[in-house]
Ligand binder design. Structure first.
Ligand code: GLN
Length: 539
């Protein structure tokens, strides 16, 4: 453990979904703006080794890092706020901890000892707490503990935080507890009792929180803050109000106003390394809140009843929309509702269409109808991963005349497998962590719309798929006007397709949304929005 690194732990109480990830990211942003190098990691209390095998309905989007880790969607917030990449080490689950311990046990590394939750599991958790701080790269490591205090599942994590505080020593660590102050309309009162109980639970586990961050719909009057300070045993100025915000991107500024960063620095004996500079952030917020135009874009997918399934895409539209000073009204539309008879009625209002990533056959035919509608009516189209594959299948069926064209994922017996399983996927037995994951290079074709958007000949983008474009059909496809404008230089895998004679029709095998951040809106999203603005003007 690098002694100069400071460790901040964020726990949650009262209810889930309070936005620990946003508070962690906002605090990190504020510390970053003071010149500190900061990273955030998330510890999740479930038994899956990672969320890669989870249905999006269970856990929202699976976020993919540069190094190909399938992670919790909070890591997306960390990257979008901090503009720095995370890695496999930034997301650890109970499953991974147990897996590591049991693997060591099988190797005989515990030398005949009885392997137990304390100390072996807690030691392994602590080893992971400290891992990112080891090489001195970070001044501050923020650790978000998933779940709520009091959950049976998070007990070992909470116990490890208690122990870690001793290992790290005074002034080098602190605990922030995020909690809810509900408002009872009938009594016209903000209630502190749930927070008192939740802090008591932390105290029972041997942890005194240093700072309380209180989510609330109304301002906390001074007497409520005093009551919280008194009963929860924290300093009055360490009771921080976190009012509901108009957008998550307001939260760093709200936390700055509440002096969260100052309290943290004073407790950790840190002094700013540079002057606070949030100018670019404020500039983004200014553009985001004062759009000069608006467009409506349809996001066609099958997990639309849980928008968190498309978190990074939704946020990428926020970043790129601000860059274009354009309010993007994103309409989530279930592909299962789209049939040849309904497609026009459901999509005619849209200025642009995005077909989302996904797996399996359900809703596929609706996506194909959607692509056809966008292609034939010159509506700006953006297909991501499965969305790109569907664009190819539609083109194969309706332009090239391969009426049964398909992906072998949907129809193993198709006579025209335009999308097929990658060679290296063929003999895999395990599902977890075995897709083509993470960052790979892509060479862009000169003069293509993709090359124009990026403004450079070579890019790196992140992936999560098993199937690919079947190069057997490349010539036939290109001669009919759908070109491969991005290709992986090593495997020749088609990374981007576009239609030449269309205002803007692009499909990417990779996921550009994972790399979009507040300060670096993704060029393909920016150009897509510009195209939808033009389309709207020309209507
Ligand atoms: N199901 C497709 C594949 O595995 C697409 C994956 C995705 O959209 N992320 O290739």
């Amino acid at each position: 453990m690098a002694s100069s690194t400071k460790y901040i732990f964020i726990t949650g109480g009262v209810t889930s979904s309070l936005g620990k990830g946003i508070i962690a990211a906002s605090l990190a942003k504020l510390l970053q703006s003071r010149g500190f190098s900061v990273t955030i990691q998330k510890f999740d209390p479930y038994l899956n080794i990672d969320p890669g095998t989870l249905n999006p309905y269970e856990h929202g989007e699976c976020y993919v890092t540069e190094d190909g880790a399938e992670t919790d969607l909070d890591l997306g917030h960390y990257e979008r706020f901090l503009n720095t990449p995370t890695s496999q080490d930034n997301n650890v689950t109970t499953g991974r901890i147990y897996n590591n311990v049991i693997t060591k046990e099988r190797k005989g590394e515990y030398l005949g000892k009885t392997v137990q939750v304390i100390p072996h599991i807690t030691d392994e958790i602590k080893r992971n707490f400290f891992k990112l701080g080891e090489d001195g790269k970070y001044d501050v490591v923020i650790t978000e503990i998933g779940g709520c205090v009091g959950d049976i599942e998070s007990l070992p994590f909470i116990e490890a935080v208690r122990q870690a505080k001793w290992d790290i020593g005074a002034n080098n660590s602190l605990v922030i507890h995020l909690t809810l102050i509900p408002y009872l309309a009938a009594a016209k009162e903000l209630k502190t009792k749930p927070t008192q109980h939740s802090v008591k639970q932390l105290l029972e586990a041997g942890i005194q929180p240093d700072i309380l961050v209180c989510r609330t719909e109304y301002h906390l009057p001074q007497e409520v803050k005093k009551k919280l300070a008194l009963f929860c045993n924290v300093q009055l100025n360490c009771v921080i109000e976190a009012m509901d915000a108009e957008t998550i991107y307001d939260v760093p500024l709200l936390m700055k106003k509440e002096k969260l960063d100052e309290r943290v620095m004073s407790k950790l004996k840190l002094t700013s390394k540079s002057n606070t500079d949030l100018e670019q952030w404020k500039d983004f917020l200014g553009r985001f809140k004062n759009p000069t135009q608006e467009v409506t874009i349809g996001l066609i997918g099958k997990y639309v009843s849980l928008p968190d399934s498309y978190k990074s895409i939704i946020e990428a539209f926020v970043h790129a929309g601000a860059a274009c000073e354009c309010k993007v009204h994103l309409k989530l539309i279930s592909s299962e509702e789209l049939h040849p008879e309904t497609v026009e009625k459901k999509l005619e209002e849209l200025d642009g269409i995005l077909v989302a990533p996904g797996f399996g056959e359900r809703g596929l035919e609706g996506k194909i109808e959607t692509v056809k509608f966008a292609r034939e009516n010159n509506i700006p189209f953006f297909g991501i991963c499965l969305g790109m594959q569907v664009a190819v299948i539609e083109f194969a069926r309706n332009v090239l005349g391969h009426v049964k064209a398909n992906s072998t994922e949907m129809d193993a017996e198709t006579p025209s497998p335009f999308i097929a399983l990658m060679e290296e996927q063929k003999n895999l037995e395990q599902m977890g962590g075995t897709m083509r994951l993470g960052s790979y290079s892509c060479d862009l074709k000169k003069g293509s719309k993709a090359a124009q958007a990026y403004g450079k000949p070579k890019v790196q983008e992140r992936h999560r798929h098993r199937y690919e474009f079947n190069n057997k059909y490349l010539e036939e496809m290109e001669s009919a006007g759908m070109i491969a404008s991005g290709i992986n230089p090593d495997s020749k895998l088609v990374e981007i397709i576009e239609i030449k004679n269309h205002p803007w029709f692009i499909g990417t095998q990779f996921h550009p949304e994972y790399k979009s951040t507040v300060l670096n809106p993704h060029p393909l999203f920016v150009k897509f929005i510009s195209a939808t603005i033009d389309n709207k003007k020309n209507k």
